[in-house]
Design a binder for this molecule. Structure first.
Ligand SMILES: Cc1cc2nc3c(=O)[nH]c(=O)nc-3n(C[C@H](O)[C@H](O)[C@H](O)COP(=O)(O)OP(=O)(O)OC[C@H]3O[C@@H](n4cnc5c(N)ncnc54)[C@H](O)[C@@H]3O)c2cc1C
Ligand code: FES
Ligand code: FES
Length: 492
């Protein structure tokens, strides 16, 4: 298998070729320390504040797409074949400020300025997708950018005004699209990238088959997809992760398909990529994905990584388990498909052999007439980690519960079904009395812990209340009970 021993990408206008890259080197360190591109800031170094936001352009089915990402937790090794755009590259017509920058100036969107480059890059990414964004779209695009000074209103006003400062078609990245696409196509030579020696190596496989062969030989290598978990192992926990295998660039793992009532999601599909299909076929996923991290995290993080990390508070495993999803794992040329719920054995222990990797997840679309809802409980609405999350998939026929699959996150050492609660519901009328009678079964299903996110008592009460809420939503009220940005919560 031929291999290339240097990384190649385009940084702003420049072709970059690097033979000396540490496996855990972040893009932010490279920009600031090696290139002195210090417009990109370091705030939290954990993907929360957005001060480090840059754009990464990549070819997706031959089309160039730019996405906002967190440079602080993005590894340099994951950038082979991409176009990295930092705030220094932004420019308007004839040496003027870029429309996004000018809007931020005129609408007083900056005070101390530390967060400003990150906001500018996030808004630029939004503007490229949506030149006339609504307030809700702006808020969503800025969930991953924190500002301590402005109070956000001026920034939102600036965001709404960008198009009055210049047309998207006249933008410099739009004008360069053809040439950048051609440059990236030239970089895509289809060979493996391998840099470093011995344990201290980074590898970008050429294909999924190459990945399978590589992991069979090196089963202890760290797989990195979106790096929104692994990035923090390095920046916060100083963990050694080499050798590292970057799989984010494998287009074969970035496919979503819908066939015969089954949505199949490749392990490399990001939340942003999965959003459209999931929200269309399984609508409850739309609002859930909107509450995972901020835009930058959703552009990088994958559902495959959310499952493979085995966390008891990952947001996608409970709804996927409630829907009866299955997981396809691969080692070498061999594949096996298991029910997703069987993957989670115990805290920190998953049914994955050394050298095996997650290839895809298949999710049945809920049957017509069934109810499927998901509720995530956090201290803060946006960009917060789950205290408890409940997913409910219940079929009611003629007023009687035919089947129930209910799964929770944050209630046990793994994502887990509430099997005793399910049993207490099936065959009974779908009534408040049935729900009330099923509540004691929660004590048999779960013994949650207290931690910084919630006490055990809070978790237990919240879990029970979510079932009541689900019942109300499916029976008692015409409109679903939801908390939206512009509407006060309806008290239950
Ligand atoms: C600011 C911030 C906010 C966040 N908010 C949320 C949130 O609201 N809800 C939530 O659930 N999570 C959240 N996360 C956590 C994280 O984004 C998710 O867990 C994400 O889905 C991880 O995916 P990834 O591709 O980035 O995984 P990575 O970090 O690349 O990998 C995670 C783990 O999975 C393994 N892995 C990845 N892909 C594979 C594969 N194909 N086969 C085998 N192993 C694999 C890796 O080796 C590693 O152990 C947040 C993270 C950050 C930084
Ligand atoms: S420095 Fe805060 S998100 Fe990267
Ligand atoms: S302007 Fe000071 S942090 Fe945003």
């Amino acid at each position: 298998m031929p291999a290339r021993s240097h990384l190649r990408f385009v940084l702003n206008g420049q072709d970059i070729s690097l033979a000396d890259v540490r496996p855990d080197e972040t893009l932010l360190d490279f920009l600031r320390l090696s290139r002195r591109l210090v417009g990109t800031k370091e705030g939290c170094a954990e993907g929360d504040c957005g001060a480090c936001t840059v754009l990464v352009g990549r070819l997706s089915k031959g089309r160039l797409v730019y996405e906002a990402v967190n440079a602080c937790i993005r590894f340099l090794g994951s950038l082979d074949g991409t176009h990295v755009v930092t705030v220094e590259h932004l420019r308007g017509k004839d040496g003027a400020l870029h429309p996004v920058q000018q809007a931020m100036v005129d609408w007083h969107g900056s005070q101390c300025g530390f967060c400003t480059p990150g906001f500018v890059m996030s808004l630029y990414a939004l503007w490229m997708r949506e030149p006339d964004p609504s307030v809700a779209q702006i808020e969503k695009a800025l969930q991953g950018n924190l500002c301590r000074c402005t109070g956000y209103e001026p920034i939102v006003k600036a965001a709404r005004a960008i198009s009055s400062y210049g047309a998207l078609e006249a933008d410099f990245l739009a004008a360069e699209r053809k040439t950048v696409t051609a440059r990236l196509k030239k970089l895509a030579d289809g060979v493996r990238v391998e840099i470093g020696k011995g344990k201290d190596r980074l590898i970008v496989p050429a294909s999924v088959d190459d990945l399978a062969a590589l992991l069979k030989k090196e089963p202890t290598a760290t797989i990195v997809a979106g790096s929104t978990d692994v990035g923090l192992w390095v920046t916060k926990h100083m963990r050694e992760i080499a050798p590292v295998v970057f799989i984010g660039g494998l287009e074969e793992l970035r496919t979503v398909s819908v066939k015969a009532g089954l949505v199949t999601i490749g392990a490399g599909v990001s939340y942003s990529e999965a959003f459209g299909t999931l929200a269309k076929h399984i609508p409850a996923f739309g609002p859930l994905i909107d509450r995972i991290g901020g835009e930058q995290v959703r552009n990088m993080g994958t559902i495959g990584g959310n499952i493979a990390n085995g966390s008891p508070i990952g947001d996608t495993p409970p709804p996927l388990i409630a829907l009866g999803a299955s997981l396809t794992l691969r080692i070498g040329g061999k594949r096996r498909t298991i029910p997703l719920e069987d993957f989670f054995i115990a805290y920190g222990k998953q049914d994955r052999q050394p050298g095996e990797f997650v290839e895809s997840i298949s999710v049945p679309v809920p049957a017509k007439g069934s109810f499927f809802h998901v509720h995530k409980i956090t201290k803060r609405r946006d960009e917060d980690i789950t205290a408890a999350l409940g997913a409910f998939n219940v079929v009611v026929k003629g007023g009687t519960v035919q089947s129930a699959r209910i799964a929770y996150g944050g209630m046990a050492a793994t994502p887990k079904r509430a099997k005793k609660v399910e049993a207490a519901l099936v065959g009974k009328p779908w009534s408040l009395a049935t729900v009330e009678a099923a509540l004691p079964a929660y004590e048999q299903d779960f013994a949650p812990i207290s931690d910084m996110r919630a006490s055990a008592e809070y978790r237990m009460l919240a879990a029970k209340n979510l079932l009541k809420r689900f019942h109300l939503e499916t029976t008692g009220r015409k409109a679903p009970v939801t908390v939206t940005r512009f509407q006060e919560a309806v008290a239950i």
